[in-house]
Ligand binder design. Structure first.
Ligand code: ZN
Length: 444
């Protein structure tokens, strides 16, 4: 996640407003600029339209009956987001729309409820897609699992107020004080608040409960996580199913409205019809390419292994400042497409009902002449840059001989090298956890 800034300080001051900054980054292809910032600061990006940059952002519209707000950021940032908003407007918050039920979008809701209470305003009305209710129920059902994977996923994240370090380990993954929705809808909801109309559209993409909004008077699209200024989070190895094809369709529908202002929940807002069309089209095309190629190979009867090692997104696409694989990455999206249209079995008969990991590792170690020999071969492979192979060999070695400190040391060194060779936060975090002796176990 190296950030070698191209803009000097003076230039950055000149482009301090977010729309100019994003225009410059997109038009000049400045792939190393920091776009996902959690400054907790508010910018008015169009008359009566504000963005508080957080993790994730809060987007607010002024109406003559109070504010309409999209998303509340995470539990740790909610109060600061409200504070930033209050520096811009002291009007009541009339409605809060959740773009989806991820914690960095709903977790700050209590701060908005408390703010209304302190100011003697009515409690805001919360609006969401109907599927958010099942999501919240699932979070309660799988509380321990979700806390464990978030701790692992966000261990190496820097520069953002994160859901992973929100509070004590006793706190629930979905805090008890997150406001449930008051109004839910299935496909579309036309909503007017005072003088401003909002068209809410449900679409599946990063989640099954996602929505995006069209605000015709402002020619603005609020797109939630359909754009995150990173390669789409459509493959996350530790989370439930995502929907790359439907994600692309939603981006095409947004583009067809020819918006002049695009307001994502992560990264920079974007202005200008052509620029927005280009960004939406590029992200949609990247996803469509993956879906098309994976499905074509599935239809031809290819196993997952062949697909994983032959389908790729071209480098020049991944170098675009809004498609960098710094969070999720194409390889994980390929697996999700396989899971969506196929099943969990990868096509290798040995892995339909495989031996226990330990049994296989012991057998391989015996064949090799001992776990130490396997670890040496792993080091050789790593030295030759074959890190995928090195990790497999060293995993066998430590599963066959888990108490051996030398093998643990070799494993830690190999995973250290692996972390440095990866770009996505998801891969880096999992390999980083694997440096520890218990790293390959399902909970850390
Ligand atoms: Zn998000």
């Amino acid at each position: 996640m190296a950030v070698a800034s191209v803009l000097c300080d003076e230039e950055r001051r000149k482009v301090s407003d977010l729309i100019s900054l994003s225009a410059r980054i997109i038009d000049e292809g400045l792939a190393d600029e920091l776009t996902n910032r959690a400054t907790q600061e508010l910018s008015e990006v169009a008359p009566g339209v504000a963005v508080v940059e957080s993790f994730g952002h809060c987007v607010a519209f002024r109406t003559d009956r109070g504010l309409v707000v999209f998303d509340t950021s995470n539990p740790a940032a909610g109060r600061r987001v409200v504070q930033a908003l209050r520096g811009w407007s002291t009007e009541p918050v009339h409605t809060i729309v959740y773009t989806h039920g991820h914690l960095d979008h709903v977790g700050g809701s209590i701060a908005f409820v408390e703010d209304a209470h302190e100011r003697g305003f009515p409690r805001p009305t919360f609006v969401a897609n109907a599927a958010i209710r099942e999501r919240f129920a699932r979070y309660r059902l799988t509380d321990g699992w979700n806390r464990a994977i978030n701790r692992r996923q966000f261990r190496s994240r820097r520069n953002v107020g994160m859901v992973g370090d929100q509070a004590s380990p006793r706190m629930h993954f979905l805090p008890d004080d997150v406001s449930p929705p008051d109004i839910v809808f299935d496909q579309t909801l036309a909503m007017s608040v005072g003088n401003l109309a909002f068209e809410l559209h449900h679409a599946r993409g990063e989640t099954d409960d996602h929505l995006w909004a069209w605000v015709p008077e402002r020619r603005a699209v609020v797109c939630g996580d359909f754009l995150i200024w990173n390669f789409p989070n459509a493959g996350n190895p530790q989370k439930v199913q995502r929907y790359p094809g439907e994600w692309a369709t939603a981006l095409r529908q947004m583009a067809a409205l020819e918006p002049e202002l695009l307001l994502p929940a992560h990264g920079l807002p974007i202005g200008g019809r052509e620029r927005i069309a280009r960004v939406l089209g590029d992200v949609a095309s990247a996803l469509e390419q993956l879906v098309d190629e994976v499905v074509a190979m599935m239809n031809a009867g290819e196993p997952l292994d062949s697909i994983l090692h032959s389908v790729a997104v071209p480098d020049e696409v991944l170098q675009k400042p809004y498609l960098r694989p710094m969070y999720d990455e194409p390889e994980f999206v390929i697996r999700n497409i396989w899971r969506l249209y196929g099943g969990w079995w990868d096509g290798n008969p040995a892995r339909l009902k495989p031996p226990a990991d330990g049994e296989l590792a012991t057998e391989v170690a015996d064949l090799a002449g001992g776990a130490a020999t396997l670890a040496e071969r792993a080091q050789d492979a790593a030295r030759r840059g074959r890190l995928r192979l090195a990790c497999q060999l060293v995993e066998w070695a430590r599963q066959a001989s888990s108490e051996d400190p030398e093998i643990q040391r070799v494993a830690a060194a190999i995973y250290e090298a692996r972390v440095s060779g990866e770009t996505s936060l998801m891969a880096r975090a999992i390999f980083s956890a694997a440096k520890e002796p218990s790293g390959s176990a399902p909970t850390t």
